[in-house]
Structure formats: structure tokens, C-alpha cells
Write a protein that binds this ligand. Sequence first.
Ligand code: CAO
Length: 528
Amino acid sequence: MSIDIRVPDIGDFKDVPVIEVFVKVGDTVKAEDPLISLESDKATMDVPAPQGGVVKAISVKVGDKVSEGSVIMQFDGVGAAPAEPAKPSISAPPSPVNAPAGKAEVRVPDIGDFKDVPVIEIFVKVGDTVKAEDPLISLESDKATMDVPAPLGGVVQEIRVQLGDKVSEGSVILALATGSAAAGAAAGGAPAGPPPAAAAVAAAATGTGGAIDEAAFALAYAGPAVRKLAREMNVDLGKVKGSGDHGRILRQDVEAFAKGGGAAAPAPRAAATVAGATGSGLGGIDLLPWPKVDFAKFGPIERKEQSRIKKISAANLHRNWVVIPHVTTHDEADITDLEQFRVQMNKELEKSGVKVSMLPFMMKAAVATLKKFPEFNASLDGDALVLKHYWHIGFAADTPNGLVVPVIRDVDKKTIPEIAKEMGDLAKLARDGKLKPDQMSGGTFTISSLGGIGGIYFTPIINAPEVSIMGVCKSYWKQHSSDGKNSSWRLTLPLSLSWDHRVIDGAAAARFNVHFANLLADMRRIMF
Ligand code: CAO
């Protein structure tokens, strides 16, 4: 009997392009084997096989767009049950154990609303005998650390996760031999040495040079399945040249590299070198290795792990800083009249409970300026520029766990108090760690305001795939003169616009700032 295999619950993403198809007709696949890879503007996701079978037909190709429920292929299934999507969010919560006689696959149990939680510790190894409730692995979300206990006793036959892998409810973490099979495994039936993945590591180590450059690995353009394979084979993705579209690294590139036949990737390697992890060349310049210092030799120290949000934003900021040729243009806006108006409006709004800061006015001015200079409200897609006819403005929000960028949609259609209210709500959710992914996606331009804190100018890093970002610091009183003779004190707002020089030229950036500043100086101009 043949079974339709469909795209499972992929959150709010729709019409997501297929960027890789891992199988071909006639292939035999196991449950959880990756079938295809999808790439939205935020994430690359693999669609795993919901069950084992033989691929009978494939109904998608690279470039096709799919959404939840799209049929991607057909399996000649072994059983008669219709295939349920692999993700637990739309199938019935899977049992933590799926145990044919003598063998049990242990899955991540119900872990509440958490998804894609990184594995931070693996407590067992192949061949270990475990009792029910023994901890197997530890997971760390941004909220909590959770151990996954063994649901029954047995001997660990195979470990299917590695440190850093992300798992959700239902993900298979290891296989246990149970009952008489366990006795056999304990007596030598299970592989005595390292698991297959670890064996691959050992085999590949000579071909790959051992230690993985984590910064280069993070920057490499590859999907989760390929990243996992690279981890298993101890291949530093930063050194692999991708043969896919736009240099995407494919499975075969990793395999060829591990065998010694793959070419080194010059660009990501150089990027990684900037990160300071290796001592290789960057455009002919040999960088020194990153200094390794025993700080404790010089005084007391404390080692503190970065929060999950910080680690994620670090990888994003690093990629954006290395990949985008940034230039920052500074300017200033006279906001004397606008500040008076803002104070007046806040008095009038007092009863409504909404308090308006300078930021909603800046958002409105930004949209009007983006409409005049559309290439700032765009993204690069290969060599083409995608101009967006919607204006969703992100704002950098400082939270105890690190920097996040909530997005206010359709700023052009909202009033200043509406924007202020939504901004306040989103900033609170951000500080409480409760922002949902769709509240941080879809932005077309970002404003990073340090106005409530201080500073004069800074160089904000562009929030890819956007092409520009406005940084704003604290307004201050400054003496202005238009003729060198007469002067007056004006409330002055410092502006720092960073822009992607692949898309925007310096003259356009200067004009953008002048227009933005003129609108803030006199918001009536927004109507023109
Ligand atoms: N000049 C002078 N005062 C300013 C100002 C400016 N440019 N911008 C804001 N202020 C004032 C506000 O009016 C407010 O004053 P009162 O308390 O007297 O009313 C005070 O500063 C605090 O404002 P706020 O920060 O609460 O409000 P906001 O709308 O300006 O900003 C938010 C909201 C969420 C963006 C902000 O709280 C925040 O997190 N900023 C940090 C962003 C950041 O980290 N950027 C760096 C990214 S790169 O690492």
C-alpha cells in the first residue's frame, strides 16, 4: 500500500521553498531520515520521514514552494496505517517508547511548549546498562534545564543525538536493547566500540584536521541534516565548499570532504578566521591564532555561560557583520518642536494609559522615508533585489537575556498611539522571554534606539536579510546656527544609519538621513 508523505506542522511558515531533496525513487528510508530541506527567511528545516518505507514517487523538486500538508512524496509503506506528519505538534503525542520485541526507541517525552531544545549533556554511552528513570540526556531551553529519563531499563544500543542537536517532543534520542536482547547486548551483542557516529569521527579525523572551528561551522551555509552529518563525520563545515545553489553545502560535499576529495571553501574560512579561531589566511593576510590566556594567572575570575538568546544573537550578529559590507552614515535631527508636541500629546493621552516615546514617531518617519527610498526596504536574493511593498518595522529591545528584535507590522496603517501601545506590549513580552517567532519575523527595516540610555553615535549591525538599520542615541541640546551669526539652542537627535554597500550607495544613505531628519524636524512634511 502506498502512503502520502506530507509536510508536517512548520509553524507559521507558508510557501517555503524546497532547497534540497535528500532521497530518490527506490530509496529505502527509516523513520526520522531527512527527506527534504526547506528554507524560510528565518530558518532551514528538514522534513523527516514519519515512518520507514520505500520511496515510490517524489512530487516536489528544488525550488517548489510547500506549506503544512503539501504532499511531498509517496512511500510503499510496510504497514497499512496512513502516514502522520513526523512533528509531534500535529500528531498524537508519541509514546516515549516505541518498542518492537527486544528493542526500544527512546523519544523525548512531553516537554511542554518547548521545541527545538538543544541537547547540552549526554549521560550514557553505547553499551551502558540503564535502569528506568536513569537520566539519559539533558536539554536546555532559555527557561529551564530538563533531564530526559529512561522510560524502562535496558542496554544502550545506539545514540541518535549529539551535543548541540535540537530536539522536540517525539524526537528519537537513543535505542535500547531490552529483555533478552539486552542480555545479549550486555554480553557483547551491542557494538563494543564507539557508536557509528563516533566511529565516523575517528575515521574522518585525519582527513579533517580534528578540532572544529565553531564560528566557521555556524557561518556555513547548510541545512540541519547536513550539519548533523558534518558533526558525525567531524567535518568542519567552514572548510567545505558547497556545490548547491548560492554555495549551499550538500551531503555529498561533506562526504567528499571527509574522504579528502572536497575543496576547501575560501570565503567562510576567511570569515571564520576573522572570528579568531584559526590561524589561516584571509585574502593573503595570515592572522595570528586567537590568544589563549589563562586569566586566572592574573587574578580571580568567574566563568559564566552566555544565555541561549545571547548565543543565538551572537551567531546572527557575527554572520551579518562578516558577510555584509557595512557603512554607517551619521546625521542629526532637530526634534525641538516634535518633543514639545510629544509632551503635549502625552498629557492629552494621560487617561488612556498609553505613553508615547520618540520611537513611534521615528517609525512613522522611517516608513515615509523608506517609501521615498524603496531600496532600503528590500533584501538581496542572489543578484536580485526584492523590494517589499509592506513596511514592518523591527525595534531592538534590551532584555535581561539579551537583545531581541520584535516587529511591528504595517506601521504605515497604524496611528502613533497604536504603535506605542503595541511596542510596549511587545517590549514586555520580550523582557518576559515570551515573544513568539512570528512576533520577531517579517521585518523590513530596524530601528535600534539607545535614546533612553545615552551615547551620541554608534554603528548598528544590519539585521539580515534587511539592508539597513537606523541607530538612534540620546537627544541633547546643541547650539545651531544657519548663518554663522545668529544661533539658537535646539534639541538634537543623533542618527546612525548602517547600510549594505552591495545595495545602497553613500549618496542615497546621506539623502535618506536628510529626509528622515527633515520629517522629524517637521512631521507635517510626512503628508507630502
Ligand atoms: N533622547 C532622549 N530621551 C529619550 C530618547 C531619546 N532619543 N528615547 C527615549 N528617551 C526617553 C524616553 O522618553 C523615556 O523617558 P521618560 O521615562 O522620562 O518618559 C526614557 O528615555 C526611557 O525610554 P524607553 O527606553 O523606555 O522607551 P523607548 O520607546 O525609547 O524604547 C525600547 C523602548 C524597548 C526600544 C528600549 O527600552 C530598549 O530596549 N532600548 C535598547 C535597544 C538596544 O539595546 N539597542 C542596541 C542594539 S545593538 O546592541
